[in-house]
Design a protein around this ligand. Structure first.
Ligand code: SF4
Length: 655
């Protein structure tokens, strides 16, 4: 039955099933890759407990598979294995200590997986392979369906035995239940196919089994896709009708929502920086208007005001914020107490959360150097109050200063530019990359709150550093671009940093050389195309911006490159440059065939490797002062390495 659609405040409590949640912010399911042997680890426990301590009203863990036929990745939690039970108990009691409810998400990935781990065929309603895994699945019949439903029943019961407050049934990103629901993946003609009622039958069977398993003293929710974004996928009208069916069963206590399919349209699920905040709130909005169950809204919430706006506008009853709470485990507590300025915001970079997980590594975070490391105790501090001098105010230096000050040291930071931020501030100039700035603004604010003496516009020499008589120096002087040997002295060949910092403004035909395979070349290509340049990007790789696939930026980049008429040349290396009055002749060698071609342009912008700025390190390393160096000053890498090393170096002071 539809209800009066009214708004709420983040501090409001909410009844779901037998429980009252203490506020409106939850930590929804997402892969962590912390599992070992298919069970819960200490890394899981410390990670989830930190978000419980940080104020989340409810945590929904990553998926627990309900059947041995399902293992799309190495570190899936095997809910069907009784060996999980001791870990369940340790996890749930750790979370409950903080007044947070915890549910387990139950799932079977169906054809969205691989038989590599199980050596058993994939299960699916039809034979269509998933476009990412490209493996033809086995069509399951009544015996397998019965086994599957039993699997949900058994694992739901085990979760309750393990202390969970309930379970969430995934019928969204990567789920056999979603595959049954979607017309494009369910060609069946039996009573598990056909119209929406037939296609929803398996979901409803599972819901009934799970409720029977957990009884009325536990919560049962369903995470429902509201927009798969695929041909033949679930759309919002289907989702609203299924939501009504679920409510009618009387077995469901809340509905969670999502958009996207974890393989074909993953960029819709973990939307990158270029995607507007709240982009998927049309789903809970439509569902909430159709049912009276509490509805969870998700959609790249990174700031407290976005949470409050979603709740007060009435589009959802609960806000699910994953990345906001990875970046800042205390996000909920800070939101509740109005300490918005203290939030360390997620910047939507996807580098260390989804990007790392996609490589089979455990989850981390670019802006939170301790994400994923919550189970490792910090070094014991024996000597607080050291006088610490940090040289360089990029991400590594800022993090080092913020951590050192947090540990009780007296910190001064010298930055030669007029503002801190280093290369992150530079990169944030590019289209769709502005949110990067929040990473350094947040660090700068942490430094100021903790009393760091931030001195900008100070290009300190080694003698001036010595004159400060510090107990310890942290060198975070960054890196400088290396000019490629083929570029010669031509002023019409510049680095991406020259363009972003405004020192160079190429016009006409511009070649952008992508040696790095990340945002450097693609961002500048877009910036120049926006300014009216005729842009071509070339790369030695098989694809321009190769690593954008990992962070789910690839779809957006390809679409915008097409719209902006940016040409791409792949598998080529620049081998030479001839400067003529009418243009630059750039020689490109196609490395698979050895063929060469010449491209004539008006300017070249290179996104290429850097070298450390380490003169200060060299001058001080044998000075007798305790000196460490961090980030690009050691060797140039991405922002996470810089922030992690800044944190570590500061933690090692005074121990
Ligand atoms: Fe957000 Fe980036 Fe951290 Fe992921 S790695 S949580 S996107 S800041």
């Amino acid at each position: 039955m539809p209800r009066d659609v009214g708004g709420a405040d983040s501090q409001d409590t909410l009844r779901i099933g037998p429980f009252t949640l203490r506020n409106r912010m939850i930590f929804p399911a997402h892969l962590t890759n912390f599992s070992s042997g298919g069970t819960i680890t200490e890394q899981h426990i410390a990670y989830y407990e930190a978000r419980a301590r940080g104020g989340a009203a409810m945590i929904i863990t990553e998926e627990h598979t309900v059947h041995p036929s399902d293992r799309p990745y190495e570190k899936l939690i095997r809910g069907w294995d009784p060996a999980v039970l001791p870990g369940y108990r340790r996890l749930t009691s750790a979370v409950h200590r903080h007044g947070t409810r915890i549910l387990a998400q139950l799932n079977h990935n169906g054809a969205q997986g691989s038989s590599m781990y199980t050596a058993r065929p994939l299960w699916s309603p039809g034979t269509d392979p998933d476009p990412l895994f490209r493996e033809v699945p086995m069509v399951i019949g009544e015996p397998e369906i019965a086994e599957l439903v039993d699997g949900y029943f058994d694992v739901a019961r085990r979760c309750i035995d393990g202390g969970f407050d309930g379970v969430e049934i995934q019928c969204s990103q990567a789920s056999i239940l979603r595959a049954f629901l979607a017309p494009g993946t369910n060609p069946r003609t039996d009573h598990y196919g056909g119209d929406l009622h037939g296609r929803a039958r398996l979901l409803l069977d599972v819901v009934a089994a799970v409720r029977a398993a957990v009884g009325r003293e536990a919560v049962v929710g369903v995470r429902l896709s509201g927009h798969d974004g695929t041909h033949g996928g679930i759309d919002i009208d289907d989702a609203v009708r299924v939501a009504r069916m679920l409510e009618t069963t009387g077995h469901i206590d809340y509905l969670n929502t999502s958009v996207g399919v974890a393989t074909e349209t993953l960029h819709l699920i973990e939307a990158p920086m270029a995607t507007p905040h709240g982009y998927s709130l049309f789903v809970p909005d439509a569902i909430r208007a159709a049912v009276s169950l509490p509805v969870v809204g998700v959609g790249r919430f990174t700031r407290p005001d976005q949470v409050r706006a979603a709740l007060s506008s009435g589009v959802c009853d609960l806000v699910g914020a994953v990345r906001a709470q990875i970046a800042d485990p205390d996000f909920a507590r800070k939101t509740l107490s109005g300490r918005d300025d203290e939030v360390r915001p997620c910047i939507g970079c996807n580098q260390e959360c989804i990007g790392r997980v996609g490589l089979g590594r455990w989850i981390g975070c670019t802006v939170n150097p301790r994400a994923g490391l919550e189970s490792e105790p910090l070094p014991r501090l024996r000597m607080p109050g050291l006088r610490v001098l940090v040289v360089g105010g990029g991400p590594a230096g800022l993090q080092a200063a913020a951590t050192a000050a947090e540990r009780g040291h007296a910190v001064t930071l010298f930055e030669k530019e007029t503002s801190v931020g280093g290369q992150i501030r530079t990169a944030a100039v590019a289209p769709y990359r502005g949110e990067l700035l929040a990473a350094v603004e947040s660090l700068e604010a942490q430094c100021r709150r903790r009393g760091v003496d931030l001195r900008t516009g100070v290009a300190a020499t080694a003698d001036e550093v010595r004159a400060q008589r510090p107990d310890a120096v942290i060198i975070a002087t960054g890196a400088r671009p290396q000019r490629p040997s083929w570029a010669g002295e031509s002023p019409r060949v510049v680095d991406v940093r020259d363009v972003l910092d405004g020192r160079a403004a190429p016009t006409g035909r511009v070649l952008v050389v992508d040696d790095l395979g990340f945002h450097e070349a693609t961002s500048v290509a877009e910036l120049l195309a926006d300014r009216g340049c005729d842009v071509t990007v070339c790369t030695p790789g098989m694809i321009v911006g190769q690593d954008l696939g990992l962070t789910l930026d690839m779809d957006g980049w390809l679409r915008r490159a097409h719209e902006k008429c940016i040409d791409r040349i792949t598998d080529v290396t620049v081998t030479g440059l001839t400067v003529r009055d009418e243009g630059l002749d750039v020689s490109l060698a196609h490395h698979p065939t050895g063929r060469t071609r010449v491209l004539t342009v008006d300017g070249v912008v290179v996104a290429t490797h850097q070298e450390p700025v380490d003169e200060m390190w060299t001058a001080l390393v044998e000075s007798g002062i305790r000196v460490s160096r961090v980030g690009d000053a050691v060797t140039p890498r991405r922002a996470h390495a810089a922030i992690l090393e800044g944190d570590r170096a500061a933690l090692e002071l005074g121990v």
